[in-house]
Design a protein around this ligand. Structure first.
Ligand code: ADE
Length: 232
C-alpha cells in the first residue's frame, strides 16, 4: 500500500514513522509513505500557501492553488489514487471500521492542513472523504494524519507478526479488549486472576469474552448498541 501525505511540516513525521510497526511495514515492502510539502507548489517568492479570508475575520485560510497542483502532480506521477482524504475536525469521526476499509486500498492520499482551515473549494472538489479524529481542534492535520497512518498500517495484511494480533484487540468485534496480565503472578499483593494460570484454554477464552462484554457494557455501552444495530 502507498500513503501520500500532503502537508506543510514534513519534518514532523520523521519520528512517528521511523519506529516500531510502521517502520517494519516499510522495511517489509508492505507500506510506502511519500511526503509532499505543499509549499513546493506555491507560486510566489514567499512560498505562500495561505491567505487572509474573504469577508474578514481572524486566521489564515489554505489556498486552492498549491493544494490542487500538489494532488494533481502526485496523481500524475505515480498512478491512480483510491482515496483523497482531508483531515479536518468537520469530517466523519475516524473509527476502526474506516481504518479497515482504508487498509484494503492500494493508494490513499492524506491532506494535512494548517491555519484556520481550507478554502471551501478544496473541501468541495478534492477529497473523497473528510475525516476527524475527534471532537477537539488541533493546530493542524499532521497529528491526525499520523493517527490514521498508524491505525491503517497495523491492519494491512502481513504487517502484524504472530506476536501481535489485530483480530482480538479492542473494537475489532465492536468490543473493548479483555484485561491482560504478565509476570509476576503477584505484584504488591495484587494477583493475576486464577483462571489465567489454570492452563484451561477453553475456560480462559470464555472468561476473556465475558470480561470484554462486561468492560464494554460498563465503559462504552454505545458500542454494544452499535453492534446490535449491525446485527439486526
Ligand atoms: N485538524 C485539526 N483538528 C483536527 C481533528 N480533530 N481531526 C482531524 N483533523 C484536524
Amino acid at each position: 500500500m502507498r500513503i501520500d501525505l500532503l502537508n506543510l511540516f514534513p519534518e514532523m513525521f520523521a519520528g512517528a514513522f521511523e519506529h516500531s510497526i510502521i517502520k517494519r511495514a516499510c522495511q517489509k515492502g508492505l507500506l510506502q509513505i511519500a511526503l509532499t510539502d505543499i509549499r513546493d507548489y506555491a507560486t510566489d517568492k514567499h512560498r505562500s500557501v495561505d491567505d487572509r479570508p474573504y469577508g474578514g475575520g481572524s486566521g489564515m485560510v489554505m489556498m486552492c492553488g498549491p493544494v490542487f497542483d500538489a494532488i494533481e502532480d502526485i496523481a500524475r506521477q505515480d498512478g491512480p489514487v483510491d482515496e483523497v482524504i482531508l483531515l479536518t475536525p468537520q469530517g466523519r469521526p475516524f473509527d476502526q471500521q474506516t481504518a479497515k476499509e482504508l487498509a484494503q486500498k492500494q493508494r490513499i492520499v492524506l491532506i494535512a492542513g494548517h491555519y484556520e482551515g481550507f478554502d471551501e473549494r478544496i473541501r468541495e472538489h478534492l477529497p473523497t472523504k473528510e475525516i476527524s479524529i475527534g471532537d477537539y481542534v488541533l493546530s493542524g492535520g499532521e497529528i491526525p494524519a499520523m493517527v490514521v497512518v498508524d491505525a491503517v498500517t497495523r491492519l494491512i495484511p502481513g504487517v502484524l507478526g504472530d506476536e501481535y494480533s489485530s483480530v482480538e484487540e479492542s473494537f475489532s468485534e465492536s468490543l473493548l479488549e479483555y484485561p491482560h496480565y504478565t509476570r509476576p503472578a503477584e505484584f504488591r499483593g495484587w494477583t493475576v486472576p486464577e483462571i489465567l494460570l489454570s492452563g484451561n484454554h477453553q475456560e480462559i477464552k470464555k472468561w476473556r469474552q465475558e470480561q470484554a462484554h462486561k468492560r464494554t457494557h460498563r465503559r462504552r455501552p454505545d458500542l454494544l448498541e452499535d453492534k446490535k444495530d449491525v446485527e439486526d
